[in-house]
Design a protein around this ligand. Sequence first.
Ligand code: URA
Length: 309
Amino acid sequence: MAENSLSRLAAEFKNFLAAQDEDEFIATAAATPAAVSVASVQSASEEPAQTAVPPMPEGETLTVEFPRARAREQAAAPAPVQAPAAEETFSPQQEPVPMNTAQKTAALAELADTIKNCSRCPLGATRINAVPGEGNVDADLMFIGEGPGFDEDRQGRPFVGRAGQLLDKMIAAMGLKREQVFIANIAKCHPMTDPLHPEKHGNDRAPNAGEIACCRKYLEQQIAIICPKYIVALGGVSAKALISDAKSLGALRGRFYDLSLDSVQLPRPVKILATFHPAALLRNPGWKKDAWIDLQMVMAELGLKGASK
Ligand code: URA
């Protein structure tokens, strides 16, 4: 009798342990007519209860886990609120602070060194010189072209060829000197149609999307360091990359955009305006009139009166 009861109890206990949740356990127990309680087994025993299991020490409790029930509870419970990491708690995110002239000069020089050693894209293998950019680190106005050409590749300086000479004239017409602005490019190395023959003239092309992406963080860091008030994007490649809009240059011209960068925060807002690339103006002199309208918009913002006659 006692043996019988004990083996039923053992069988039930096995079911109990196998049960994944309370419902399943109750259903199993209900389907077992021989289900007996520990107390009834003990009272039915001819001998005083001699269990193989040592008695539970006083004050201790037995906890049985139902894995599926636990999973259900966890699913129903609201997601635990993650305590912020210690450094988040103690170092709140700093707003970027504009740098002073010495800090800007040092940061740009360091960045230029990085650019000169860059081989993030294949242009690094075919360039003669990287062309990080140059100018006044405290400039209110920045001009950004698409990428170095033949002359720039040889000199390591932006806009020093024919297009550069026209850019110098555009800057002068605004009443500024080249040394007062900062000039850079979207791509820092010369994109060539025939990279096997860098000595060839007429070997220039616009940087492709991959090259632009590789250089993007360099340009963004330059902009954040200099933090000009205005940027003039020269040509469609530059305008589309900086305004992050695939529209044509014609559609992007004529208004200012708030510059937004992917990789760095700006210490203060920067506005951007798109106009024609000087090389395009050399090919289409009729467009100079419209380019001058664009530049006058920037002049009005900066309080520039233009070149004195
Ligand atoms: N064209 C550009 O876009 N950048 C230069 O530096 C020279 C020509």
